[in-house]
Write a protein that binds this ligand. Structure first.
Ligand SMILES: Nc1nc2c(c(=O)[nH]1)N[C@H]1C(S)=C(S)[C@@H](COP(=O)(O)OP(=O)(O)OC[C@H]3O[C@@H](n4cnc5c(=O)[nH]c(N)nc54)[C@H](O)[C@@H]3O)O[C@H]1N2
Ligand SMILES: Nc1nc2c(c(=O)[nH]1)N[C@H]1C(S)=C(S)[C@@H](COP(=O)(O)OP(=O)(O)OC[C@H]3O[C@@H](n4cnc5c(=O)[nH]c(N)nc54)[C@H](O)[C@@H]3O)O[C@H]1N2
Ligand SMILES: [Mo]
Length: 705
């Protein structure tokens, strides 16, 4: 039969969503290509292009399973859909009646980020809200600190210019921002490249010489994890000392600069935050600090482009607040080519794309929340331990809860303690191994949907029929709703839903959109965050109506040691100043990688072939430990032990080691993880203000084995 080409997208949570063109022959996907139209293309990377191996992976879950062994042992028995759904319905009823709805935890996650079959705040959340509500997560593993810092300082979390606007920048500081690998809106890298071609200077501040820095930057500034605020504060010292600050901007648009200046100059605490002061903390030479500050103050407009790596640290709000202060001091907010330094969220910046409908979740009658980074501790200690709920039943989908959240050994204990764990999955992930009932779900290739990708909407046509008898999450909840007598969960066919989402939007004709596959929401000019505030005098959405370098609201929290009212450097626990370095002298960071999207895709041989999973370690740290390139190493601290191989490389600074996050936990008899899973080692502490992850404040020791 002739080959048919079907357009879909790639909708795991990598921050971008690109065009996939599936070539189908006799009902089988034989090849995947991508956008080859006008530039900028929504061009899929190697992960989407390798997706065929995921659809037809021999390990795809094929039928509903019931646990027969111990929790986590991975022993299951095949059961029918009816038996599985009856059991889930029965447990939902039992827990609701014996306790209350707050004993149920919504552990939905971002496995599938679309408008209909959305696993984060969509299919499951709608169902549990109808069921009387449940406990939800608060905070974030992604951007908890950034979101809180941006809200308090700028009054908004939509605090980034359109990536397209980067071509207007004369200087781009990639501050813990690795756009070549960690996608944040498809094509950010493309626009950075355009900026470079137009003559912009590029500087990367990162403990690693990332692929972005290696290929594009003029300068790499290695920095110790968790010390970025010190570097920023010292830049402020230079800018003030050389009188580069934009006084008119500060007077008109900010409050509290004088208090920040007093801190920077050491007026009250007696410590001037000089480049020499920061050199000792950050590892960045003072001359480099002076130069960076001068560049940032004089090469206008300049975009300090923050990634999220720097804020997954003990006091992660501080570098974000300090970055905003720097952007304000240099007048780089609200102008083309600048960037506010806060949350680099641009996707909601196109209101019309948000105008599309989606599967509404409804509202949750239960108000209890638990911090996501401490989910295991919350289950283990419950209300007695100061949390808001005693969790008995976890409903997990689109998420690899155990693997992806810090402190795995607590996670294992928490999953063992539950009354009931139900998981919808495509694979037997480390979390799924603990399920009491495990339900096989389809991939997006096996259903239709729509996704938003920055300024684009993509129609995702069903490519192949559902495989192995799997069902979509939406269908599973429809069946459960029937069993539980819940009305109103799903009254439409897939196509009716999708038609209703598009109706009345600028996309216009549904069938035409479906045929074309992609809709571009065109704008006359790229979005510039806070343009109206700066250019037209619209107030900021903060209590003072200005950018709050000093925040009275933060002062009122009365926790100056951890949540100061002005941005400050606070020495992180498990940083270089922590006495624990005597035992665990190396700082571990666990970044995202081009090979995988979190723990999704880590089981694809094509992607694994690209680079062996390895611990990056500098030769100066490797040699005294007898660690040789390519040889196995053990990494450990008080929380756990991981075995992987070593990559001895000068692409990481001395004193810091790096292990890509996402690999599946695979403990041996002794409990040592042979899978290379980062969160065996990380600490389940939150940032003080935003309940953000602190995975990059983590001390370890390494030895050759
Ligand atoms: N390919 C791919 N893309 C993704 C994802 C994925 O899994 N795979 N995940 C998506 C999601 S959900 C998110 S939240 C984002 C995450 O995006 P980010 O958090 O920005 O990505 P990371 O790779 O964790 O961190 C970025 C860089 O920060 C550096 N870094 C770590 N700690 C520090 C520090 O203390 N200071 C400084 N200056 N640098 C530091 C790391 O070396 C890394 O190069 O990525 C999104 N994009
Ligand atoms: N150490 C360390 N840990 C980290 C990070 C870090 O930087 N360092 N980053 C953190 C960040 S930013 C994030 S966002 C999290 C991400 O971590 P998670 O939210 O756990 O995301 P994934 O690991 O991608 O797991 C998604 C799961 O959804 C499944 N799935 C895919 N599609 C569907 C579907 O349609 N239905 C159902 N039911 N399931 C589906 C996939 O098979 C996969 O197992 O990880 C965090 N963990
Ligand atoms: Mo994330």
């Amino acid at each position: 039969m002739a080959e048919k080409i079907v357009t879909t997208s790639c909708v795991h949570d990598c921050g971008g969503k690109c065009v996939l063109k599936a070539h189908v022959q006799d009902g089988v996907v034989v090849r995947i290509t991508t956008d080859e139209g006008e530039e900028p293309q929504l061009r899929a990377c190697l992960r989407g292009r390798a997706y065929r191996q995921r659809i037809y992976h021999p390990d795809r879950l094929k039928y509903p399973l019931k646990r027969v062994g111990e929790r986590g042992e991975g022993k299951f028995e095949r059961i029918s859909w009816d038996e599985a759904l009856d059991k889930v319905a029965e447990e939902l009823k039992r827990v609701k009646e014996s306790y209350d709805n707050s004993a149920i935890l919504d552990a939905g996650g971002p496995g599938n980020m679309t408008l209909l079959h959305n696993t984060a705040g969509g299919v499951l959340t709608r169902f549990l809200n109808l069921w009387g509500g449940c406990t939800r997560f608060r905070g974030s593993m992604s951007n908890g600190a950034t979101v809180a810092a941006s809200r308090y300082t700028l009054g908004s979390i939509i605090a980034g210019n359109d990536p397209e606007d980067l071509v207007n920048s004369r200087l781009i500081i990639l501050w813990s921002q690795n756009a070549a690998e960690t996608i944040n809106t498809t094509n950010t890298l493309w626009f950075i490249t355009q900026a470079k071609e137009a003559g912009a200077r590029l500087v990367g501040v990162d403990p690693r010489l990332t692929e972005t820095i290696a290929t594009l930057a003029d300068q790499w500034i290695p920095i110790y994890p968790g010390t970025d605020a010190a570097l920023m504060v010292a830049m402020a010292y230079v800018i003030i000392g050389e009188n580069f600050q934009d006084k008119a901007f500060l007077d008109r648009h900010t409050v509290g600069f004088d208090r920040f200046r007093d801190y920077v100059l050491g007026q009250k605490d007696g410590t001037a935050k000089t480049p020499a002061w920061a050199e000792a903390i950050t590892g960045v030479p003072r001359t480099t600090i002076v130069q960076l500050a001068r560049d940032y103050a004089t090469l206008k407009p300049a975009a300090l482009l923050p990634g999220l790596g720097m804020q997954r640290t003990a006091y992660g709000e501080q570098p974000v607040r300090a970055a905003i202060a720097l952007a304000a001091m240099t007048g780089n907010i609200g102008i083309p080519g600048g960037n506010p330094g806060g949350h680099y969220a641009t996707v909601p910046a196109w209101p019309t794309s948000g105008g599309l409908g989606r599967l509404e979740a409804g509202s949750n009658p239960v108000k209890s929340t638990i911090p996501v980074n401490k989910w295991a501790d919350a289950i283990l200690r419950g209300k007695e331990g100061g949390y808001e709920s005693d969790i008995k039943l976890v409903y997990s989908l689109g998420r690899n809860l155990l693997n992806q959240v810090p402190t795995m050994n607590k996670g294992v204990a928490a999953l063992k303690k539950l009354d009931f764990l139900v998981v919808h999955e495509q694979f037997l992930t480390p979390t799924a191994r603990f399920a009491d009932i495990l339900l096989p779900v389809t991939t997006w290739f096996e259903r239709s949907d729509i996704c938003l990708s920055g300024k684009y909407a993509i129609y995702m046509e069903q490519v192949i029929p559902p495989l192995y008898g799997g069902k979509a999450d939406l269908e599973i909840f429809t069946l459960l709703s029937q069993r539980l007598g819940l009305e109103g969960y799903n009254d439409k066919t897939e196509e009716e839903w999708l038609r209703s989402f598009v109706a009345g939007t600028e996309i216009g004709d549904f069938d035409e959109f479906r045929r074309r596959g992609v809709h571009h929401f065109r704008r006359s000019q790229p979005y510039v965050a806070f343009r109206e505030q700066i250019q037209d005098g619209k107030p900021f959405n903060t209590p003072s109506r200005k950018i709050e370098i000093y925040s009275q609201a933060l002062a009122d929290l009365n926790q100056p040691e951890t949540i100061p009212a002005i941005p400050k450097y606070i020495a992180p626990w498990e940083g270089r100043e922590d006495p624990l370095t005597a035992k665990y002298p190396l700082s571990l960071i666990t970044p995202h990688t081009k090979q995988y999207t979190h723990s999704t895709l880590t089981n694809l041989p094509w992607l694994a072939e690209l680079e062996p999973h390895a611990l990056w370690i500098h030769p100066q740290d490797a040699s005294p430990r007898g660690v040789k390139n390519g040889q196995p190493v053990q990494i450990w601290n008080g929380r756990g032990r991981v075995v992987t191989s070593a990559l001895v490389t000068e692409r990481i600074m001395p004193g810091v080691v790096s292990l890509d996050q996402g690999r599946w936990y695979a403990p041996d008899q002794e409990g040592t993880d042979r899978g290379g899973s980062a969160n065996v080692l990380t600490r389940d502490e939150d940032t003080p203000l935003g309940d953000g992850a602190t995975t990059h404040s983590c001390l370890v020791e390494v030895m050759a084995i």
